[in-house]
Design a protein around this ligand. Structure first.
Ligand SMILES: Nc1ncnc2c1ncn2[C@@H]1O[C@H](COP(=O)(O)OP(=O)(O)OP(=O)(O)O)[C@@H](O)[C@H]1O
Length: 919
């Protein structure tokens, strides 16, 4: 990796600043012509933008902000309610309903068309209202984790510049900003200074490897005219390594990112949410589209009817539609997310991520700061022979001091701080050397280098290197011997011995830094990674890092909840394995990323499946492993906080980071924890499983009863000389169902609902609802039998109106029973709580029993059935309830594994289905 020591902007000689009006117009418009960005020298550009190397004054910045507006990408501004309503119309269910409405209107079936339109409007209004509310709540939550930029400003023209953290949206053209590892580039920036700076700009160019950047002041015509000029950093990219200072040249809608932005900020491919909820929705839509032709064919074949059955066929398809699904999904997820934020400080930035949290069956996490506290303390330093040697710590501290100093790192690394604290206590003074250049820590090469000049050695530069043992040893050709400063060649045997020695230290749980040094002739150009060769190995510094207090408990609970934990770390395998063992997580086979290098796809997933720890991972290794696990069918979460965690955060179904993570990780994650505390993840996973459980309950209940109704409608359509249900009745019944089913989004789930990953698998799910739908159909058909008997036994009651009323009552009552018996919510054994579902079911029963006997009944073409009907109906309902309870018990038993071998697809299918009902 190349790096260049600081290059400072050269003066823009001979350039006349434009007149003040022109500057104001240009800055006011928030634009500078692209050619000026690359063609002018830094100083010319600073003048052009009426700024300076010391930054803007607060007054200038305020005036520009008022004139140009905030620095936000236009497409990320809040969506208005009417736009949300129109957006809801694009939902696939709504589209199918609209098509069915058009078909009805085309055959002049106005009643059915009106019913369909009412359903569409009600569900779109509820959905867009819910989304609007959820969007506002999410925006408020996201404010809590909003990214800031380090900006250099002055309180007055003659005041000294001060660095301060500012919300990114407050930046204006002409601001001078500082960039450090893990920072998001907050606007389009022309670099004034850079040190070892590399940026990830995949969001703009698709290139995954970090790209080196440097300040360039040469005249135009060189590589600065390239599409990706090396001295420009664009909004949407992030700092991988090094540091820089830059001038903001474009903000908001004028940035290159805003121009290129189309659609969501990142596309991570199909997530667990897409696979389950969307998968089920599309399967249902196929069924809905198939239904009308099937009904037409059945009527033609069995009753010789023609196209006149089309409105009825359409009504049957509408009956299958779970039109409230989007509303329930949004409500359940939004409610879960806001509860989680209130009770645990966990912020879910993307609503479907809450569902995906509930479906996680593999959680990958880094070690440092997650399993450990990331508060390293130096315990000893030793020479190559293992004997204590304070000199090794001395050189490590010289490296830390000068890399922090020269690279202008805004936040020093915890290891550097620990080394400096320990060396300070022993009287090391790095200022006795002169700092020349620095290659800050790069997680790809796993080392940092400081170039210094030692007192009295004018013709020599000394490279002081510290980093991971294997990597530093690779750059060493010699070895320090004894205390007298003698050196010897580093042969293979010595290398093996040193690696063994390091492994022993790591097995003790220590983090290790290897330290090396090498003298060079001074060079004029900048130092690069290629110069770090032929060093002399000085020894090791060992550091301890206490385990995180809550980690052991959280790991145990995660295991109980059937979440497999994988530790993907950049650290030594021994250190990581020891941390796992001490936390009660058996490390199993410990592999290094190097050993997985040649593996891809299923082979990689299998190798990782057998291991708990994968050590010496780079950022790309972590992402590759997460992607392979996902491709293998796992719903994968990734928890990380460092700059080297970003690709994995984006590759996972759910990227999770703590609030203290580097800005780029916070931006890339879907879920932000208040603390880097594993117990918070466990609570978040539980909340996700509860929300998914309620969505699954809605689907189970709605689809089982809808399917039952459709089968009954088909049978009645073939058997009866009149329509089994009129459009107005379909409408009232559906509206009652919809209102009642909303309560499922607020249901309180059982303890058991969180025991295993909540996955909805479309095929298995459909098998489940077919079973329960058939029971419902049998109940409906039995009701028809009862109605026929009552009509026969009670003279004067054989009218369609009595049939309509009788079936209406039965439908609402059976719907209520299904809701009580198939929901995920609290069972009687867990407490006698009257929840929203109980209230909704009571409402359904009241409407079902009273409406047909009320004065409204004639308006809906209903007439009250005789008492005999109610008597017989109670018998039907009792049998129906018993059948439902029995079927559910059987499913629950199969879910707990009786008769189904462990690990069989059928067993996991049952998990998916009855997820959490069995308390
Ligand atoms: N500031 C630093 N200077 C020099 N070497 C470092 C520095 N920080 C880490 N290292 C070395 O690089 C190795 C890998 O560090 P990296 O930051 O990739 O992973 P980590 O923080 O140890 O683990 P995790 O991936 O679990 O957060 C460390 O084991 C250490 O030897």
């Amino acid at each position: 990796m190349s790096s260049v020591p600081e290059i400072t902007a050269a003066p823009g000689a001979g350039q006349v600043p434009p007149d003040a009006e022109a500057v104001r117009a240009e800055v006011g418009a928030g634009t500078v012509e692209p050619a000026a960005l690359t063609a002018l020298t830094s100083l010319q550009l600073l003048r052009r933008l009426d700024s300076g190397p010391r930054g803007l004054t607060e007054a200038q910045a305020e005036e520009r902000l008022a004139r140009c507006g905030e620095n936000t990408v236009p497409s990320w501004r809040p969506v208005s309610w009417p736009r949300r309503f129109l957006g809801a119309l694009r939902d696939p269910f709504t589209t199918v309903l609209l098509c069915l409405g058009l078909v009805s209107a085309a055959v002049a079936s106005w009643g059915t068309a009106c019913v369909i339109m009412t359903l569409v409007v009600v569900s779109c209004a509820l959905r867009s209202g819910g989304e609007h509310q959820a969007g506002r709540a999410m925006a408020a939550l996201q404010e809590l984790v909003a990214t800031t930029a380090t900006v250099q400003r002055r309180s007055a023209a003659d005041a000294p510049p001060q660095l301060r953290e500012l919300p990114v949206d407050q930046l204006v053209v002409g601001d001078v900003v500082r960039l450090g590892p893990g920072d998001l580039v907050p606007a389009d920036v022309r670099l004034l200074r850079a040190n070892g700076l590399t940026v990830h700009q995949a969001a703009l160019t698709g290139e995954s490897a970090p790209v080196p950047k440097r300040a360039v002041d040469a005249p135009p015509g060189t590589d600065q005219d390239a599409p990706e000029p090396p001295h420009m950093c664009f909004q949407g990219s992030s700092v991988a390594t090094g540091s820089g200072t830059g001038l903001v040249v474009a903000t908001g809608a004028d940035t290159r990112f805003a121009a290129a932005y189309r659609g969501p900020a990142r596309r991570r491919g199909e997530t667990a949410f897409d696979r389950s909820v969307h998968g089920i929705a599309w399967t249902l839509i196929r069924f809905m589209l198939l239904t009308p032709p099937l009904v037409l064919m059945a009527n033609a074949a069995l009753r010789g009817r023609g196209l006149e059955t089309l409105p009825f066929a359409v009504a049957v398809a509408v009956g299958l539609t779970p039109e409230m699904l989007p509303v329930i999904v949004t409500t359940a997820l939004a409610r879960g997310a806001s509860l989680l934020a209130r009770t645990s400080g966990v912020i879910v930035k993307r609503l479907p991520a809450l569902h995906d949290l509930g479906a996680i069956d593999v959680l990958c996490l880094d070690k440092t700061g997650t399993l450990t506290q990331d508060r390293p303390v130096v315990v000893r330093s030793a020479g190559p022979d293992g004997a204590p040697d304070p000199d090794v710590l001395h050189w490590a501290a010289v490296n830390s001091f000068w890399t922090i100093e020269l690279a202008e790192l805004p936040v020093p690394d915890a290891l550097d701080e620990a080394v400096l604290t320990a060396a300070d206590a022993r009287g090391t003074d790095p200022l006795e050397y002169e700092g020349i250049a620095a290659l800050p820590f790069d997680p790809m090469v796993r080392m940092s280098t400081a170039v210094i000049r030692r007192p009295g050695r004018h013709g020599t530069h000394t490279l002081v290197v510290k980093g991971a043992v294997e990597d530093v040893l690779e750059r060493c050709g010699r070895l320090l011997t004894g205390g007298g400063g003698g050196e010897t060649a580093l042969d293979e045997a010595a290398r093996e011995r040193l690696l063994r020695c390091a492994a022993e230290e790591a097995d003790g749980g220590f983090r290790l830094l290897a330290v090396a040094r090498g003298d060079r002739r001074p060079r004029l150009g900048g130092y690069t990674d290629g110069d770090v060769r032929g060093l002399t190995f000085l020894g090791f510094v060992a550091l301890s890092d206490e385990l995180a207090p809550s980690a052991a408990d959280a790991l145990r609970v995660l295991t109980e909840r059937q979440v497999a934990v994988k530790v993907l770390t950049g650290d030594h395998p021994g250190t990581a394995a020891r941390a796992c063992r001490d936390l009660g997580l058996p490390p199993g086979e410990v592999v290094t990323a190097g050993r997985l290098a040649g593996l891809e796809g299923p082979a990689l997933a299998e190798a990782v499946g057998a291991a708990t720890v994968v050590a010496r991972c780079t950022a790309q290794d972590k992402a590759r492993i997460v992607a392979a696990l996902r491709a293998d069918g796992h719903t994968t979460g990734f928890l990380g906080d460092g700059v080297n965690d970003l690709p994995a955060l984006q590759a996972a179904d759910v990227g999770i980071c703590p609030r203290g993570a580097v800005p780029v990780a916070r931006e890339g994650a879907d879920v932000v924890l208040a603390e880097k505390d594993l117990t918070a993840i466990e609570r978040a996973i539980t909340a996700g499983r509860h929300a998914s459980g309620n969505i699954a309950a809605y689907l189970r209940i709605t689809l089982s009863s809808n399917l039952g109704n459709v089968i009954a409608m088909l049978a009645a359509g073939l058997l009866l000389p009149f329509l089994p249900m009129l459009p107005a009745q379909v409408l009232v019944q559906n509206l009652c169902f919809d209102a009642a089913q909303l309560s499922l989004a607020f249901d309180r789930p059982t303890v058991g609902a969180a025991r295993r990953p909540a996955v909805l698998r479309p095929r298995v799910f459909l098998r489940f609802i077919t079973g329960f739908g058939l029971i419902n159909a049998v109940a409906d058909l039995a009701t028809f039998g009862v109605l026929a008997f009552v009509a026969h036994a009670t003279p004067g009651t054989d009218s369609p109106t009595m049939f309509h009323a009788g079936w209406f009552t039965e439908n609402l009552l059976t719907q209520g029973m299904v809701m009580l018996l198939l929901r995920t919510g609290r069972r009687a054994a867990e407490g006698r709580v009257v929840g929203p579902v109980h209230l909704a079911v009571t409402g359904l029963a009241v409407v079902g029993l009273l409406l047909p006997v009320s004065p409204v009944a004639p308006l809906l073409a209903m007439s009250a059935p005789p008492p005999l009907y109610y008597l017989l109906l109670s018998a039907v309902l009792t049998l129906y309830g018993a059948a439902l309870a029995f079927a559910r018990m059987r499913y629950a038993r199969r879910e707990s594994g009786e008769g189904v071998p462990d690990g069989s697809p059928e067993r996991s299918a049952e998990h998916a289905l009855v997820g959490g009902q069995n308390a």
